[in-house]
Every structure is written in C-alpha cells, then in structure tokens.
Design a protein around this ligand. Structure first.
Ligand code: NOJ
Length: 761
C-alpha cells in the first residue's frame, strides 16, 4: 500500500514538473518570438520606467513633461510606471500602452507597498520584532491583495538591507541587524507578496532591495558611501538577498550608494557576475530612482550617455526615472558600446515577469473596480493588522510588575503629544494610507478600560507635521503645555508617557546624528518623574533610541514602534494584559551614539574587553554593552531554560535541544533563540551568530523540549573569495531568550576532507 502510494506520488510529481517545464518552455518561446518583432527603440522602451503624475516619491512633474510622457507611452517608450495608483488611473495608463503602441505590450505598475497598503501594518522593523514568520507572511499577503486590487502588480519590497546603525532613517524599513533573521523574514515577505501563483489577482511581484550594501553607508547618513570588506559582504550583507532570490523574488533593485568605489548601479560584479551569474537569477533588475544619472555625481561617469552605457553594461535592466536609456541606449548600441544581446537579455527578463503576472493574457486583469471596492480595508485585513501590531510590541522593562495595569479603579494620566496623534503611528512609507487613519494611543486606551483617564499633551514634538520631502522641524523652544503636563501627573496612580519620534522622523532621507527622545521630551520625562514615580514609558519610534536615562530611572518601558492603523488597540491590549507581549528586538539599542555601529555578532578581536588595564577593546567612558541586546524582550511571565543537550556531537546534522519552562503565572509566548560560535576558523567568526529560532506558547508551569537541527546551511561561512565552506573543529552553542544569556554547550565537528581544522593551529 505504502509502496503504491509513494509510486503514485512520484508519478504525480513527474507529471507536475513536466507540465511546468512545458509551460515555461512555451512562455520562453513566446518571448523570443515577440523580441524578434521588436525594434531596438521598442526594446529600449521596455527598459524605461517613468514616474506617475503625483508627487509621491520624487519631484513634482510639470504639464509639459506630462504631455511628453503620454506620447512616449503611446509609442511603446515606457515599459513600466511607478506611483500610479487606483484602478481608474492604471486602466487609463495601461490603455495608452496597450491600445496605442504598435505591439501593445502592457506596462507593469510598481509602487512602494512597504507595510500594508490601504490597511497599514506595523513598519517592517516592528514586524521583524515579532519573529513570527507566519504573521509577517500574512501581512505581506494582505498588502499584496490590496495593492493588486488597486491595479498594481509590483511592489518595491522587501528591503533586505542589514544595518547596524540606528542613525540611518531607513532601518525602519528593514529587518534589523541580523542576517539569519533577516533572511527568514525576506523569504516570508517574498512568499507573502508573490504567493504560489503570480497570475492570481491577489499577488504581485516583489523586489529585493537595495543591491547592495545600502545599509552599510558610512555614519548612517543616507545615500552615503559604503566601504565594506569581503567577509562582511559575503557573510552579512548578501545572504538575505540570496534568500529572497531562492524564495523566488522576481525583481531586484540596485542601490544609491557606491560600494568600494563603484556605484551599485554600475556594478557589473554585483549584478552580472553574482546575481545573474552565480545565483542564476532570471527576473530583472530595476535601478533606484535616478541612480543611473547619479553616477555623474559619484564621479564615475562623465555625462548622461556614459551613465547609460555603464548601467546597461553592468546589468541594470530598467531605468527608474533617469530617462537616460531612452535618450542614449540606441546610439550606444549603434556605436557598439552596448551589445544588442545585452539589451535583448534585459528585455527578455522584463517580458518574462510581465508574462508570469498574466499581463499578456489580460493587461487589465488587476483593474476591477468592484474588487477594488471590496478589498481595500477589508475587515479580515484589519484583523491581520491588529494581530501583527500586538506581536510587534516589545516589553523592555517592567520593574515590580507595574504592567499590566488593572482595567478599572485607577486614575491614569496620559502625557505626550504623540498619544493623541492619528497619523504618526502610520509611520513612513505608506503611500496609499489615509491621513489620520490610525487608532491613536488615547483612543485605544479609552476603548479598553473603565479607568479614569486624563490627558495632557505637553509641548509639541514637531513644529508641524512634515511633508513627504521635508525634514521634520523639531520643537526645542515652544514650551506650551509643559507645566500643565507635569501638574497633571500629580496624584495619578499611573502615568503613561507616550514619547518618541513622529512617524515621519524615520525613513528615507531621515538620518539623525542624535537618537535620543527628540525635542523637549527628555526634559518632560524627567520633570514628570520628579512628581510621580509610577511612570510607564510608551515608546513610539522607527529606530532604536538612546534611552539610557529612562532605562535607569523609569520602572516600565514598552516599545511600540509605529504600529499602523491598529496602533492604539494593540497597545491597549498589551498594557491591560489581554495580550502578553512576546516581541524581541531585531536591533541592539545603543547606550549612546558613540557606540554605533553596535551589533551582537561582533568579532572577539585580539584584545577583547576585560583584559589588562586599559589595553583592551573598550571605551573609557562607556560600557561596551548595548542598552538592550539583539533578541531581547520581556513577557508578563518568565521562562526558564535548562538541560541543553547536543546529540550527534560530531556529524552533520547536529541535533540540539533545550527545555523551556513557563515559570510565571500567565500563559506566554517565547522566542527560543539558538546561537553558535565557530571557535577557530580560517576566517575569524563572530562571537555569536543566530542560527535558529522557534516561537513557542507555554501555559503557566508548562515545559517543552525545543529541538534544533544544524545542517551545512548553518555551520559554514563564506571565505574571502565568496566560497561557502564548512570547517571541522569546536563550536560553542547557546540557546536562550536573547543574544546575551542562555544555556551553553559545545560540540566538535569532524568532517572528511576538510580544508581547515582547529587542531592545525
Ligand atoms: C527611492 C528608494 O530608495 C527606493 O527604495 C524606492 O523604491 C524608490 N525611491 C521608488 O520610490
């Protein structure tokens, strides 16, 4: 019976693969046929992406400019548009291409759908704090369904840039500092956006960005230079991109920065050798906004024509808003500076993705007004947003179990300008959101309790809400409301202070050199604490903040990031204990800006901290430890780790288990994290590397054995030539609830034919 079943299964799989292979073969044939019909101008048109007609992520277009663009679409000169949204508008644009251009090739419409679409989810950094891959995938699924219902077929997400520098405003858009966690999240997001069938009306193509090293720009200053060694590049920066590729991501975006002297957009080694060569990626690469043109400012290209030549030769398949391919590629091909076969390859890739999306079957398949109306803001999406928001919250401190707070009988004072804000919680990158559409902290809190709640805003955080391209003007002078807020704290049983960054203080172009509480908030916090010690600090922010004073003084601190539409509801559920917080930090929180870059997986150095006198790697004026380490987060219950066991000590896979017990009084979820250290290697390894995690739920008193299996994927690393190797020798292992503390163990790998071993030392 079993034999028959397995035979049938194999036969079924064989047929399935045969069908898929035939379909792919037919599709490739169709593309080749179409390519043969295309003129060089038409091919170059496919490689051109133009902005829509509203000021979303770039400068505002003029009327004359619009007219030229309409004409260009009708001539087949535009393969893709970004920043056009809504069925009506997209249908109109698509019509121009499909019904007017000679070959009627449909355009692909892209937008930055970064964390939700109409229904706004928590910012990606917040979602990453959930370590909940199912919920993260669901969040991307919801975003894709809503974006697709609005006529879109492509998102410029996920951003998979690793960053160790919280000054960089774009950390809000990524998955934090760790390669392993970010890789798993990249896979979840790609699968969420793209589903298993790109042709479905609910899925869109995803885009892994920014290739590469954008998160390693110097001093956290956006668009700055990245200078990165091979070990970091291969082991830290590239793996999340590779994970996205392996999960099937259909597009990549290159980046604004130069990497080791070569702008990423003109970097042949990254785009052709690694991505399209070694990794065999068969989707396409879009440039970042005008990054082709910016190679002039980098000092890498002499003029626009030179930019186009360098970018096309390097493997940038589509030009986002430089207009340089359109202007110069034809001449470059005619002059023999760019090969027509490279143009064909780029166009082939673009057409392939369009076909996979079903745009050739029906160019208007994403344009259905009825679906648009029924899908955007669907109650199921709101439910998923609430679930995601609750899971994203991290409890940083809870002295004497001040939290959760009772639901009645308490006098509660809420303080902070951001507590009453319905826009800030939406965070940055939410192009389809309605302003003021978030449940504010105050609204959520009032909804959930019978307590007596008074509110005092205190001084404004910003002078005014910043526009898309404006920097936020922080209020340092207007003290209106300061004294009233301090007075309001007097006599309250609990003071909830909602402090942090406005949603538009992080994101692109929003780097900060100081990352404390902006404006007068620190002063306010200290003044309130003088009057009333029963303070809960509810942080709202898009990046780690240096809240060292708060950690030393304030009894309870809750990290709530920018949680999207369901902000107030999610926070209230956590504050009142209806949901037990389970988030863990995806980025270390520094004590001071001087500690940056700070990350848990650093190298030991020849003189690790704690050595003789001052002659070891440390600061004279600051601890070397972060304020809160990577992976850290508390719960309303406690977990005890014991009995770490390593089985099959010498061979791959190495099996490791640990016993985790809920030792508190309420049920709770815990993210069990496994870290390893390869003690001696031919290229030095970090003191710790996350290599596995599991999120478990435990009732009070309940224990579970949590098992991990370490395979080739987890036990090796890239050498300085980019070759993946596994070396025998001693490994340390640690399993715990954060990157700092846990049960420790050891194992010794013995491998046949290995090229380096600890005993050689
Ligand atoms: C520039 C950003 O760097 C990129 O991430 C984004 O997708 C494009 N603009 C398009 O808005």
């Amino acid at each position: 019976m079993r034999y028959l079943f397995s035979k049938l299964l194999r036969l079924g799989l064989f047929f399935l693969f045969s069908i898929l292979a035939t379909m792919a073969f037919c599709q490739e044939k169709k593309i080749k046929k179409l390519l043969k019909k295309m003129t060089l101008e038409e091919k170059i048109g496919q490689m051109n992406q133009n902005n829509g007609f509203f000021d979303a992520t770039g400068p505002k277009p003029t009327e004359d400019w619009k007219a030229r663009r309409y004409e260009s679409i009708q001539k087949g000169g535009v393969g893709s548009m970004l920043n056009v949204r809504g069925v009506e508008k997209i249908r109109a644009m698509q019509k121009l291409a499909v019904e007017n251009s000679r070959l009627g090739i449909p355009m692909i419409f892209g937008l930055d759908v970064i964390h939700g679409h109409k229904t706004i989810m928590p910012i990606p950094l917040a979602e990453s704090a959930s370590w909940d891959l199912k919920a993260i995938k669901k969040s991307a699924e919801v975003a894709a369904a809503e974006a697709a219902a609005e006529g879109l077929n492509w998102t410029f997400a996920p951003m998979v840039d690793i960053s160790r520098d919280a000054r960089w405003g774009r950390v809000m858009e990524g998955a934090g500092e760790d390669t392993y966690l970010a890789s798993r999240i990249a896979e979840a997001r790609v699968r969420g956006f793209q589903g298993t069938d790109l042709k479905s009306e609910k899925t869109i193509a995803a885009c892994a960005k920014h290739f590469a090293a954008y998160g390693f720009i110097e001093s956290g200053k956006d668009y700055n230079t990245a200078d990165v060694g091979t070990s970091t590049l291969y082991n830290i920066i590239l793996p999340p991109f590779k994970a996205a590729k392996d999960a099937g991501v259909r597009t990549f975006m290159n980046s604004f920065n130069e990497l080791n002297g070569v702008p990423a957009t003109g970097n042949k080694w990254l785009q052709r050798d690694i991505l399209k060569g070694e990794w065999n990626f068969d989707g396409f690469m879009v440039s970042d906004w005008a990054s082709i043109k910016e190679m002039m400012s980098h000092g890498y290209a002499t003029d626009g024509k030179h930019c186009a030549e360098l970018a096309a030769n390097a493997g940038s398949d589509m030009d986002m808003e430089s207009d340089l391919y359109i202007q110069f590629l034809k001449a470059l091909v005619e002059e023999g500076k760019v090969k027509e076969s490279d143009i064909d390859d780029a166009v082939h890739r673009i057409l392939r993705v369009k076909m996979e999306l079903g745009l050739f079957d029906d160019p208007y398949k994403y344009c259905d007004e009825e679906r648009e109306k029924n899908t955007l803001g669907h109650p199921d999406h709101v439910k998923a947003a609430l679930d995601m928001a609750k899971k994203s919250i991290v409890l940083l401190k809870n002295k004497n179990n001040l939290l959760p707070i009772p639901k009645s009988g308490k006098k509660i004072t809420v303080i902070g300008d951001l507590a009453d804000d319905k826009t800030s919680p939406l965070g940055n990158w939410r192009l389809a959101a309605e302003e003021e559409s978030a449940v504010s902290f105050l609204e959520g809190l009032k909804e959930y309790s019978g307590n007596e709640i008074t509110y005092s805003a205190g001084p404004k955080v910003l002078m005014k809400s910043p526009g898309f391209a404006e920097s936020s003007e922080v209020n340092m002078t207007d003290r209106t409301g300061f004294d009233e807020a301090v007075k309001a704290a007097k006599g309250a049983d609990i003071v909830l202070m909602v402090l942090g960054e406005h949603g538009m203080q992080s994101g692109e172009g929003r780097s900060r050199s100081e990352i404390g509480l902006p404006g007068l908030q620190q002063e306010l916090l200290e003044a309130v604490f003088e009057i009333n010690k029963s303070v809960v600090l509810v942080l709202t922010n898009g990046r780690p903040l240096t809240i060292t004073w708060a950690n030393d003084s304030i009894p309870a601190i809750l990290e709530t990031w920018h949680l999207g539409n369901q902000n107030g509801n999610a926070i209230a559920q956590v504050l009142y204990g209806d949901y037990n917080p389970s988030g863990k930090l995806p980025m270390s929180f520094p004590r001071s800006v001087g500690q940056i870059p700070i990350y848990y997986n650093y190298k030991n150095t020849g003189r690790p901290p704690g050595g003789w006198g001052v002659f070891n790697s440390h600061y004279n004026d600051q601890s070397t430890e972060p304020l809160y380490p990577f992976g850290y987060g508390l719960s309303y219950t406690t977990f005890d780790y014991s009995e770490l066991k390593v089985e099959k000590q010498t061979q791959i896979p190495v099996s490791i288990s640990v016993n985790v017990k809920n030792t508190g009084k309420v049920a709770g979820e815990e993210v069990v994290q496994l870290y390893i250290r390869d003690l001696v290697a031919s290229v030095t390894r970090p003191i710790k590397e996350l290599k596995g995690f599991k999120k478990i739920n435990l009732q009070p008193g309940e224990s579970k054995i949590v098992e991990f299996s370490l395979t080739e994927k987890e036990l090796g690393f890239f050498d300085n030539q980019g070759k993946y190797i596994i070396e025998p020798g001693d490994f340390a292992v640690m399993i715990g609830g954060n990157s700092k503390k846990g049960q420790q163990g050891r194992f010794k790998l013995q491998l046949e034919g290995a090229n380096h071993s600890d005993s050689e030392k």
